[in-house]
Design a protein around this ligand. Sequence first.
Ligand code: GUN
Length: 293
Amino acid sequence: MTVIIDGKAASARVVEDVTGAVLQLEASGHRKPGLAVVIVGDDPSSHAYVGAKSRMAKQCGFNSIQHTLPEETSREELMALVASLNADPDIDGILVQLPLPKHLDSEPVIQSILPEKDVDGLHIVNAGKLATGDLKTGLISCTPAGAMILVRQIHGNDLSGLHALVIGRSNLFGKPMAQLLLNANATVTIGHSKSRDLPELARQADILVAAVGRAEMVKADWLKPGATVIDVGINRVAAPEQDSGKSRLVGDVAFEECAAVAGAITPVPGGVGPMTIAMLMANTLTASGLSAR
Ligand code: GUN
């Protein structure tokens, strides 16, 4: 029987732990952890994500602040806001929602966030700590950290002898995911758009992590029977004609056919997605420096 990995349940456990820790902090007289989320422009899906992040932060008992800036915001204005949040003692975590409008280069903005407030784990100091195996003092990018919890649910903490393929090499996901798997002793391959034969690489993988942004790209005949499949894709596609007018969310993996071959698989929605927000909460608690960890 294929295990359908329940990201909603796993994320609820993380959120419950964070909420409990915040209550304890307050009971012992500490201030609430503070999270500032910054969004620039009008992109509807970015607004939906940011709204969900701000709401969850409130639910966890955080001091949750959202800064919504107009599309035409200049680099100087955005950097000035980040500088003021860096200096604000009530703010522990800063997240600048990506992508930014075209005229703004995200890199200098991200790198101007204090590493200890970089709850996205995108600052080079945090990326470097992960790359050198320091998982204790840095902040780790939320989606890979959440995906790793789901991998551990199936395989435990030690992935010795297992071959993992990560498809996708972004700084936000593919690279940190590969490093987390490597750190857990997996043998790791990173595949991407320039790889020669992705299906052949995939057939050698005990753990396949797909993060390419191509709807249902990974097919059943790509899989080693019994493999664990972690689907990071969120793609909106037109529904079949019979329910015209509606769209549906699908991952990078053709779920039905792959579920018939996999040993364990994450659904979309309800798999990795909910883990991202949960890990943002966990990172904010860690960043507050008041975490029990
Ligand atoms: N856009 C899509 N996912 C993310 C994320 O995890 N962090 C930020 N900052 N922007 C995103």
